[in-house]
Design a protein around this ligand. Structure first.
Ligand code: NI
Length: 180
């Protein structure tokens, strides 16, 4: 296990533009993938991007592992390791929903995202990934890929007041209470 520290909002490394991965066989990339898996599992994250553990490469991991305790209403996503992702939205439709982030612990905010999109890239074995998705799946991909461009969800709030600490938002009935 190599559970890495997840950087938090304010760390300038979260604000860098990550670099394209040039060689999928690089041993350092193999270690990065293991560290992303171990860290995401330890944090019960819906996803994790390499810059969040201080590695400025275009690599994200999301999904897998059944229902997520941090997002009990979310449908399970296929476990996906995505390198050098390219996102192409389908149509103008956007959808708002509450998001959180391991780098912004304890907070949620309402964020508009493209409802449908295609994402392409390569997986950890160098095989092509090419999926057309919508809803929560599309949201997670957009959130994780934003990390590769130095963006975090508070940058994209639909309304600056639609943002707060989880217990307060739950008490106000704005987000569903997460079972203990
Ligand atoms: Ni995040």
């Amino acid at each position: 296990m190599a559970v890495r520290t997840v950087l938090r909002l304010g760390d300038p490394r979260l604000r860098q533009r990550a670099q394209v991965v040039a060689d999928v066989r690089d041993p350092a990339l193999r270690q990065l993938i293991v560290d992303l898996e171990d860290t995401m599992a330890a944090c019960s994250g819906a996803g994790l991007a390499a810059p969040q553990i201080g590695v400025p490469l275009r690599v994200v991991l999301f999904g897998g592992g059944g229902p997520n305790p941090r997002y009990p209403d979310a449908p399970p996503l296929p476990r996906t390791l995505l390198i050098n992702p390219v996102l192409t939205p389908f149509g103008p439709e956007r959808e708002e929903a509450w998001e959180g982030c391991l780098s912004v612990p304890g907070l949620r905010g309402r964020v508009p995202r493209w409802l449908r999109l295609r994402y392409q890239g390569i997986d950890g074995e160098g095989q092509p990934v090419d999926r057309s998705v919508e809803g929560f799946h599309a949201r997670v991909v957009q959130h994780e890929c934003d990390h590769l461009d130095g963006l975090l969800f508070p940058d994209r709030l639909s309304d600056p007041t639609a943002f707060g600490f989880i217990p307060e938002l739950e008490a106000a009935g704005l987000i569903p209470a997460v079972p203990a």
